[in-house]
Design a protein around this ligand. Structure first.
Ligand code: ADP
Ligand code: MG
Length: 332
């Protein structure tokens, strides 16, 4: 079978099947945003790694080196945030073409440095090599969280409300600006910024993870259409999403209108928003919402419900409907 038929998630399942049996009970491996290593009497370690490849994840002549450095770290911080952890130590491995200029490199490292400094992350090592085929960046990040505070993709319960910590779709619209080479005004620039400089929701993740009201949690990296399937697999449940409840920014609505795009499709399937998706005990909605608003001076958004049947259902105006596009799979 070819890799493109197996798909990214099929491949990960095969790796998991081959390597999981030797993993002891105090360690959680493949399947969540981070691996978890529990330690006697100490906070647990959360470990994650992400790869950014030129022409797959970014176009070097469009993204600034600062943004590229920033984003390489941000996507990893988001995975730590997704489990309720605090990011601590980073390792940076890079494959670079030898004709890169000094100022480019300086800005790239500044992007990593600025975001790392903001979160108190220490860069402790990595690897550097020549590349014959564009820039490749891998960041590995270690975070910490009290064991009892960690939230997982596997903890969703039937009846839970499905919620988001931010609007979705802006990053996808930004990517549309880049790929379709649209003329850029202030609106397009803001959307591109959302794509290149995502804010990992560390404070929100920390806050949510401390509450019993929250069951499952993950970050939105591939788009909810794909990410919710991970929750379904890990929690053995289904989901029902009301498309009319998807939180859309004014910018996304304007951009979609201007370019004749479906804002709901962009919101559900384009990904890289890096906000948090969580499931919430329905009886605690009001009190959780109230405290969240007090803490963050804004709301979170309810978009649907966890159901028993292992089905993924989208509703629009009370009717079951379908999304044309599927979530982002690297080999399809
Ligand atoms: P995320 O989008 O949060 O980075 P993914 O959905 O990409 O997570 O990955 C799902 C799970 O599969 C994670 O636990 C990740 O560590 C694991 N994984 C992905 N690729 C590999 C690989 N090549 N080898 C081992 N585990 C992998
Ligand atoms: Mg993730």
């Amino acid at each position: 079978m070819k890799l493109k038929e197996l798909g990214e998630f099929g491949l990960i399942d095969k790796i998991k099947a081959q390597f999981s049996e030797a993993i002891p009970e105090n360690i959680e491996g493949i399947g969540d945003d981070c691996a978890v290593i529990h330690q006697e009497g100490k906070d647990s370690l959360l470990i994650t790694t992400d790869l950014l490849v030129e022409n797959v994840h970014f176009l070097r002549n469009d993204i600034t080196p600062f943004e590229l450095g920033y984003k390489s770290l941000a996507v990893n911080i988001s995975d730590v945030a997704a489990m309720g952890g605090t990011p601590r130590y980073a390792f940076l491995s890079i494959a670079l073409p030898s004709d890169l200029e000094g100022p480019w490199l300086k800005s790239f490292f500044d992007g990593i440095y600025e975001l790392g400094k903001k979160h108190g992350i220490l860069l402790l090592g990595g690897d550097t090599t020549k590349s014959l085929q564009g820039v490749v960046i891998n960041v590995a990040l270690i975070g910490e969280a009290p064991a009892q505070q960690i939230k997982r993709r596997s903890q969703a319960r039937v009846g839970d409300l499905i919620c988001l910590t931010d609007t979705i779709g802006d990053s996808g619209a930004g990517l549309d600006v880049i790929l379709k080479k649209r003329t850029r005004g202030p609106l397009e620039d803001r959307l591109v910024k959302r794509h290149y400089l995502p804010r990992p929701h560390v404070e929100e993740g920390n806050w949510l993870s401390q509450r019993n009201a929250i069951n499952a949690m993950m970050d939105v990296s591939d788009g909810i259409d794909s990410d919710l399937k991970r929750i379904m697999e890990q929690s053995s449940c289904g989901v029902k999403i009301d498309l009319e409840m998807l939180p859309l920014s004014q910018d996304l609505k304007l951009y979609s209108q201007k370019n004749n795009l479906s804002p709901l499709e962009l919101a559900a399937s384009s990904g890289e928003d890096y906000c948090l998706l969580f499931t919430l005990k329905p009886e605690l909605l009001e009190s959780t919402l109230e405290s969240f608003e007090k803490e963050f001076f804004r709301s979170f958004f309810v978009i649907g419900e966890v159901i028993e049947d292992k089905k993924f259902e989208y509703y629009f105006q009370g009717q079951v409907t379908h999304l044309k596009k599927i979530g982002f799979d690297h080999f399809k």
